[in-house]
Design a protein around this ligand. Structure first.
Ligand code: ATP
Ligand code: MG
Length: 752
């Protein structure tokens, strides 16, 4: 875990044996709503540091407001914290569990002359409070005697007064420059039923009183909270001191998480639920932990996101695209690939016999080095996606068109021979031929077929409901200019049908898949045996990488267009590059997006050029700096990278040489951002270096081939799909250390 100012502070405290070197933190939600992704940041921090420093983290329900709290929320909070991967052990507490103690402490303050009962109504009290520039005035009730105060407070407690008739206030300083210290109320009358204490109380402690004392009662060492509590810190310290508490807890603030296209306050989320703008707290469009879970997020992705954004004091709004980027990285590794068709177009393979053939289709792309496959039926009548056919396509359309060939994933190469149209001229079916020599997708004569598309067998495919989710709000900062509910994205949920391969019939709630070329999906809890329902967790297109490729003026242009109240001018066409970008593209054979990033981002360009000067491969370098380096730099709001172009060059070389995978390169890069410095030692420290030495790998490959003679024979007989499985077995045999590319090449050579 990267360090930050809080971890640095705690490390020092532990070293200097403050609190006997103990670390006790707490996560203190109020059970008045479901937890959201912002809470996840606080949870990862509090539970994270406790774990890292060998301490404990308490889960405390901060339940001092009887009118908004509910046991449903208490349960949801526990479920969500657990799902995120954290454990409070025996340390589940409730502020309401301290009502007796808090009441006792309040009486103690009265006896010590440090609190008084005040009869000013709310309006008068606020007049007396003064302003930021003017001191307040003492309440006429401030000098009541201890006995009078004790008597009044007991009568408050006994239910003699109406709500609002009086409050108990701390007696501090009405002239304090910190408004929070101007005799804040600490107990108020509420004739309300509490979900845990029932009707036992009609006075309830206020947050500023209850929170610090709960911390002290529990022996919390480090009370970590968000910046809005900064001005309350003095009061926090005052209450603990005035009550002469034996344990002194200390509060430290950090910036709360804000996300673009998201509202993050429980009050607003409750409004969405109660107003039926969404289907509940766990609606997959909600930023709640329950919503994200149902949408298909993983706890790992959320934790990784929290770790990437880090902890700091300066407020910032994180781009939702970063969360989605981290999610894709995680899902990529855990989502088997399957075939699905969104808008079906009928394809008849005229020269295919009237039969059904079972094709062995690996679940994983080869580079992941994972084993596992299923069988997919292939027949004479198929469906492909309508978008994968064009009658008069441009030259660079690598899919199906009259007279052109395309590869059907896991199956054969087909050629479009004839187009069938309806009376209106709409395409209703394609007649194709297949090349029997291409089973598994490889042409016998070595001719090139550029495109691969997904398909399903018409008679075997199952029709399923899919819920295509998009961001809940259409504006980047909902509510900034008006009512946030006016900015809901009308397209945030589109319900559609898809036709999926028959293996998905047995999918059950929580199963994840990548529908090839369509997105990451998860089976929803609404699935019934035999008829799964799928939520689209996230599309495959990474708008984070794409957006980092957007010229910097993009957002400004959108702003100006908004101000002028006219639609945004169309963005520059993808093929159109600034002269600088075009020059970079030409010089280094880069993609347009990469060239655009380099031209727009001086830090990235400088790093790129330094790495190239050190002999680094331009394309591989561009890939890393334009995506990963830029992403991290932005996520961490850095204006420079803590490593040099030479370091980037070394990192690229490790990848190009196959010493580490691209996925591992990202981890190494994360460390380089955390601690600066050269990748080599980090790779060694993490024990990542892969085995690329052919002699070692050869032994592994030989063992796998000997043990799997059947699979080897099938490959030789033309089923090239078996290769992925063999690579996976070799990876396993080498305990993950072998380089999958080298393994794959060696296997191919041996089986040729
Ligand atoms: P909201 O403002 O969303 O209603 P809250 O702060 O009232 O949230 P609590 O239940 O009081 O919700 O929060 C529990 C803990 O979570 C607090 O310590 C709070 O500082 C922290 N927290 C709440 N929102 C965020 C956020 N967006 N980022 C980081 N921490 C947060
Ligand atoms: Mg709160």
């Amino acid at each position: 875990m990267a360090s930050d100012f809080i971890r640095d502070m705690i490390a020092t405290d532990v070293e200097t044996k403050k609190h006997d070197g103990k670390v006790v933190t707490r996560f203190p939600p109020e059970p008045n709503g479901y937890l959201h992704i912002g809470h996840a940041k606080a949870i990862c921090l509090n539970f994270g540091v406790a774990k890292e420093f060998g301490g404990k983290c308490h889960l405390r329900m901060d339940d001092t407001n009887p009118t908004t709290e509910d046991p449903e929320y208490v349960e949801a909070i526990q479920r969500d914290v657990r799902w995120l991967g954290f454990d409070w052990g025996e340390n589940l507490f409730f502020a309401s569990g301290y009502y007796d103690k808090l009441h006792e402490i309040a009486e103690r303050l009265i006896r010590l002359g440090r609190a008084y009962v005040c009869d000013l109504n709310e309006e008068r009290m606020s007049e007396y409070r003064g302003t930021l520039s003017e001191p307040g005035k003492n309440s006429p009730f401030r000098d009541r005697t201890v006995d009078e105060n004790l008597d009044l407070f007991r009568r408050m407690r006994a239910g003699e007064f109406k709500e609002g008739a009086c409050v108990l206030r701390a007696k501090i300083d009405m002239a304090s420059p910190n408004m929070k210290l101007r005799d804040p109320p600490i107990y108020r009358i509420k004739h309300a039923h509490h979900y845990r204490t029932g009707n036992a109380w009609c006075i309830y402690p206020l947050y500023d009183f209850a929170h610090c004392l709960s911390d002290s009662i529990e022996g919390i060492t480090h009370s970590l909270c968000t910046m809005e509590f900064e001005s309350a810190r003095e009061l926090y310290d005052w209450v603990i001191a005035a009550a002469e508490m034996p344990w002194v807890s200390r509060q430290t603030e950090f910036a709360r998480l804000n996300l673009t296209y998201t509202v993050m306050s429980k009050r607003k989320l409750l409004e969405l639920v109660e107003g039926k703008f969404v289907k509940g707290w766990d609606d997959p469009r909600m930023p709640t932990i329950a919503g994200l879970r149902r949408r298909g997020y993983t706890p790992e992705a959320i934790r990784e996101f929290c770790s990437r954004i880090g902890i700091a004091k300066n407020l910032s709004t994180v781009d939702l695209a970063l969360l989605e980027h981290v999610l894709r990285e995680d899902l990529n590794e855990r989502s088997p690939r399957v075939l699905a068709v969104h808008r079906p177009l009928k394809v008849v393979i005229d020269n295919y016999p009237d039969q059904v053939e079972e094709l062995d289709a690996p679940y994983w792309p080869q580079e992941l080095g994972k084993a596992g496959s299923r069988s997919v039926p292939f027949s004479r009548e198929l469906s492909i996606d309508a978008g994968d056919f064009m009658e008069a396509p441009p030259k660079d359309f690598y899919r199906l068109a009259p007279g052109r060939e395309v590869r059907l994933r896991h199956a054969y190469v087909i050629k479009c021979e004839r187009v069938v149209k309806d009376a209106q001229g709409g395409v209703v079916a394609l007649h194709c031929s297949y090349d029997p020599q291409t089973r598994g997708g490889v042409t016998a004569d070595g001719r090139k077929v550029s495109g691969t598309i997904q398909w399903v067998s018409a008679q075997h495919a199952i029709e399923v409901e899919v819920r295509l989710y998009d961001r809940l709000f259409s504006t980047e900062r909902p509510g900034e200019a008006g009512d946030f509910k006016d900015e809901l994205n009308p397209q945030s949920l589109v319900t559609a049908k898809m036709w999926v391969e028959p293996s998905l019939k047995t999918a059950t709630s929580g199963d994840r898949f990548q529908f090839e070329r369509l997105g990451f999906f998860i089976a929803d809890q609404d699935s019934k045996p035999g008829t799964p329902v799928f939520n689209r967790t996230v599309s495959l297109k990474d708008s984070w990488s794409k957006q980092t490729a957007k010229p910097a003026q993009g957002a400004a242009r959108a702003e100006r267009a908004k101000e002028a109240d006219r639609p945004e001018a169309p963005p520059r066409a993808a093929s159109e590059l600034s002269p600088e970008a075009a020059a970079l593209q030409g010089a280094h054979n880069l993609s347009a997006d990469e060239a655009r990033v380099l031209a727009a981002e001086p830090i990235i360009l400088q790093l790129f050029q330094a790495a190239i000067a050190a002999g680094s491969d331009p394309r591989a370098t561009a890939k890393i700096v334009c995506n990963d380096v830029l992403g991290e730099t932005r996520a961490r709001s850095l204006s420079a990278t803590p490593f040099s172009g030479d370091d980037v060059a070394s990192l690229v070389k490790l990848v190009v040489d196959g010493a580490i995978s691209t996925k591992q390169a990202k981890d190494v890069l994360g460390r380089m951002f955390d601690a600066g410095g050269a990748p080599g030692p980090i790779v060694d420290a993490l024990g990542l270096r892969q085995v690329t030495d052919a002699a070692t790998i050869e032994g592994v490959v030989d063992r796998v081939l000997a043990a799997n003679a059947g699979a080897a024979a099938r490959y030789k007989a033309g089923n090239v799909n078996v290769l992925g499985a063999l690579v996976g077995l070799a990876m396993k045999e080498s305990a993950g250390a072998a380089n999958p590319k080298v393994v794959s090449e060696l296997l191919k050579k041996k089986l040729a």
